[in-house]
Design a protein around this ligand. Structure first.
Ligand SMILES: Nc1nc2c(ncn2[C@@H]2O[C@H](COP(=O)(O)OP(=O)(O)OP(=O)(O)O)[C@@H](O)[C@H]2O)c(=O)[nH]1
Ligand SMILES: [Mg+2]
Length: 315
């Protein structure tokens, strides 16, 4: 076997503030949708694995929940799992929304940019405390002028926690290939952890629930805050080759049920239709999807839900 044939495989954790573009990057690197993306912060709730190949290297990308100052139980579990993903990884990517950073520096920032920059500071401090080194990746460069990036990357690099800097747009794909080559080189020598043609490691039940949650947010991002969850309660392969699924959307308050249903049930129908269409393409077969809405003020306190997503209830 020549050097070229030596297979490599390992884990690369993508950490960053909420909304930095972590899930967009993981989908881009794997070339498929493994993780849902929305304009809302705190979209990703549990680590999702996407698998990318470069030559003889396999990179198992761990898309983590955003790291921020946690208040509720679900927040704590999400942040703990993000750090857990980083500590166990062979490579850590710290993804930063460069547009938000620059807006703060230019004093043109919105509240969300300030939060993002504060979370970035916390992550840098966390890396320092844990003695971890990361690859710095500045994202959303499609939104900013190139000449502003140099100063920003220098200032961040001077923190002493980064080994390399990349500038990318996860959305357009600019710079992403270089990053992939770099990560491939950081993977330790070893046999592949997944078949070469597999691009995700997330159960269809969970991914299906995530896709419905994405449509829910897409349609109701203003009206319905963070307080919804989706669970796939039945998943059945039918003899005719189709799949029959039932899902429950949990909301926290009775007043949120009519919002999800919409007038004459049309909002729920739209969500179901969009989710079904995407699932049919993803699974390459017809999908029958049945949604119902339940009010459960305590879904965020349900141990079963945490277990389903591999989160630590007691974090
Ligand atoms: N303009 C631009 N927008 C981007 C880019 N990457 C991501 N976005 C947008 O940023 C928003 C957040 O993207 P996500 O991929 O969901 O971010 P995330 O870091 O996974 O967010 P959480 O899961 O909430 O922590 C979405 O609206 C994306 O379309 C980029 O390179 N350029
Ligand atoms: Mg995400």
């Amino acid at each position: 076997m020549s050097d070229q044939d030596q297979t490599r495989a390992g884990f690369a954790a993508i950490i960053g503030a909420p909304n930095a573009g972590k899930s967009t990057l993981v989908n881009r690197l794997t070339g498929t949708k493994v993780s849902i993306v929305t304009r809302k912060v705190q979209t990703t709730r549990f680590p999702v694995r996407g698998i990318a190949m470069h030559e003889a290297s396999q990179i198992v990308l761990v898309d983590t929940p955003g790291i921020f100052r946690p208040r509720r139980r679900l927040d704590r579990a999400m942040v703990a799992s993000a750090w857990g993903g980083a500590e166990d990884a062979d490579a850590i990517v710290h993804l930063i929304d460069a547009a938000a950073e620059l807006a703060v520096e230019a004093r043109e920032a919105k509240a969300a940019d300030h939060r993002s920059a504060e979370d970035t500071r916390d992550i840098i401090e966390g890396l320092k405390r844990a003695g971890l080194k990361a690859t710095l990746v500045l994202n959303k460069i499609d939104l900013i002028a190139r000449d502003q990036l140099l100063g920003l990357s220098q200032r961040l690099f001077d923190e002493g926690v980064y080994t390399e800097v990349f500038m990318i747009s996860a959305e357009t794909g600019s710079g992403v290939d270089d990053l992939k080559v770099h990560l491939a080189g950081l993977m330790p020598e070893g046999v592949w952890l997944y078949p070469e043609d597999q691009s995700a490691d997330v159960s269809m039940r969970v991914l299906a629930a995530e896709i419905t949650r994405e449509k829910l947010y897409l349609r109701l991002h203003e009206e319905l805050p963070y307080s919804a969850a989706v669970e796939t309660t039945a998943f059945e392969d039918r003899p005719d080759g189709s799949v029959r699924m039932e899902q429950t959307i949990y909301v926290e308050r009775e007043s949120q049920r009519p919002i999800v249903l919409g007038k004459g049930g049309q909002t729920l129908r739209w969500i179901g239709q969009k989710a079904r269409e995407e699932l049919a393409v993803l699974m390459d077969r017809p999908v029958h999807l049945f949604l119902n809405v339940k009010v459960d003020p305590r879904w965020q306190e349900s141990r079963a839900l945490y277990a389903q997503f591999g989160l630590d209830y007691d974090a």
